[in-house]
Design a protein around this ligand. Structure first.
Ligand code: VGL
Ligand code: ZN
Length: 252
């Protein structure tokens, strides 16, 4: 009788142990691929739209003040340093069809930098820029350093400042690729602070990433919107760093 009871207790002990192990294993597995919320994920840099058309260097059609050759060199060096330190490096690339809806030339009687209503959203009208396959649509930072570059704004009907999704709500591959690489923290910089850097940083935040923006590795289209963008990002929880400080990034 007492021997039978002992074996019953032993058997249930074994059952609980096996159950716990299996449950633990399942939990471990399910968190491994979803790292934005788990500690110890990797850090990535997202280098935003470092393309000829946004540069004064290449006399781009939508040249951003201060985006000269020295700025591109500085960003290139920062990216090389981050890569050496083990950060995963990604890029975004503005990549529009020639008849893209954001081009003022597609709207009769409209001028560049006019704000118009399209359906239920505001659309800023731009000079034609970053047209697919043109010289000035190229990324001018060493392409070999990127684990992936994500093209955006490919759909003529929607603009896409964010590297994560366009104005129609269509997701790019960015979030999937970051998750696949177990990234939990992103450092965002490039062109332009008040449009694509801001939109990419805020969408990263919304998807659960820790987000750092490096101010001196970014340039804005206009001073007023750039100041406002930096404030909005800070208010929403982005860490805005004046310059690249890898130690500080690792401590965040
Ligand atoms: C951008 C305007 C239009 C940017 C892209 O990269 O910030 N701005 N397309
Ligand atoms: Zn664009």
């Amino acid at each position: 009788m007492s021997v039978k009871r002992f074996s019953d207790i032993f058997r249930s002990f074994l059952g609980v142990t096996i159950f716990s192990c299996v449950l633990g294993g399942i939990l471990l597995f399910s968190t491994a691929g979803a790292c934005p919320d788990c500690a110890g994920g990797k850090t990535a840099a997202i280098v935003v739209d470092m393309q000829g058309d946004f540069s004064t260097w290449k006399k781009g059609s939508l040249a951003v003040n201060g985006a000269d050759e020295a700025f591109f060199e500085k960003v290139g060096k920062a990216v090389a340093d981050l890569s050496k330190d083990g950060f995963l490096i990604f890029a975004t690339q503005d990549w529009h069809p020639a008849d893209h809806i954001s081009f003022y030339t597609q709207h009769k009687g409209k001028k560049p930098f006019e704000l118009i209503d399209i359906e239920d959203r505001k659309q800023m009208l731009w000079p034609p820029h970053c047209v697919q396959g043109t010289e000035n649509a190229r990324i001018l930072v060493d392409n070999n350093i990127f684990l992936a570059s994500v093209k955006k704004g490919k759909d003529r009907k929607y603009d896409s400042y964010s590297g994560f999704q366009d104005d129609g709500g269509a997701e790019t591959e960015m979030n999937k690729i970051l998750k696949r690489n177990m990234v939990s923290k992103v450092v965002v910089f490039g062109l332009a602070t008040d449009y694509c850097v801001k939109a990419t940083a805020l969408d990263a935040l919304e998807r659960g990433y820790k987000v750092i923006v490096v101010e001196d590795l970014s340039k804005g289209v206009a001073p007023g919107t750039t100041t406002a963008a930096l404030k909005e990002m800070k208010d929403k929880g982005v860490v805005v760093m004046k310059e690249l400080d890898i130690k500080k990034i690792n401590a965040e």
